[in-house]
Design a binder for this molecule. Structure first.
Ligand code: CMP
Length: 143
């Protein structure tokens, strides 16, 4: 089953949005297979955001993402990478459609509540950065 990496960022954790965000993905039909609270170490931030390290906004992004604990998750389900990105909405919440997580719960690109992997390949890479294989649960099919 396809998997993706989702992370409630420190602003979302501190605003008490973890439960709502988990609920949205569960209600859509996806399965939570791993989760943990963690304040990301600098080295992991550099690895996770390797493509952004040289960008002008990176120092601010790093300060924000390490400002408190994140809530890291792996969710699984059919087409979850694309569907979860659609559910999350545009990177800049100012342009995110109502009904999406960012369109309903965020205002600023510098504090956009949640991260979600943008491709199946990225998801595999990001899951590997943040979780050990034994941290992922497997479900017995009941349907
Ligand atoms: P995320 O989906 O985690 O992927 C990269 C992150 O960089 C993005 O969400 C934002 O938090 C951040 N980001 C991208 N562009 C900007 C920007 N122009 N200014 C500040 N932060 C940005």
């Amino acid at each position: 089953m396809e998997q993706t990496f989702l992370m409630v960022k420190p602003d979302g954790v501190q605003r008490g949005l973890v439960g709502e965000i988990i609920s949205r993905f569960e209600r859509r039909g996806f399965k939570l297979v791993a989760a943990k609270f963690e304040r990301l170490p600098d080295a992991r931030v550099m690895e996770h955001y390797a493509e952004h390290v040289q960008k002008p906004f990176f120092p601010g992004l790093k300060a924000y993402i390490t400002s408190g604990p994140c809530f890291l998750m792996v969710f699984a389900g059919k087409n979850i990478v694309k569907i979860s990105r659609d559910m999350i909405g545009a990177t800049n919440p100012a342009g995110a459609a109502p009904g999406t997580i960012r369109g309903d719960l965020a205002l600023e690109i510098g504090m956009n509540v949640i991260h979600g992997s943008d491709s199946v390949e990225t998801a595999a890479r990001e899951i590997g950065i943040h979780f050990k294989p034994e941290e992922l649960a497997s479900y017995t099919r009941i349907d």
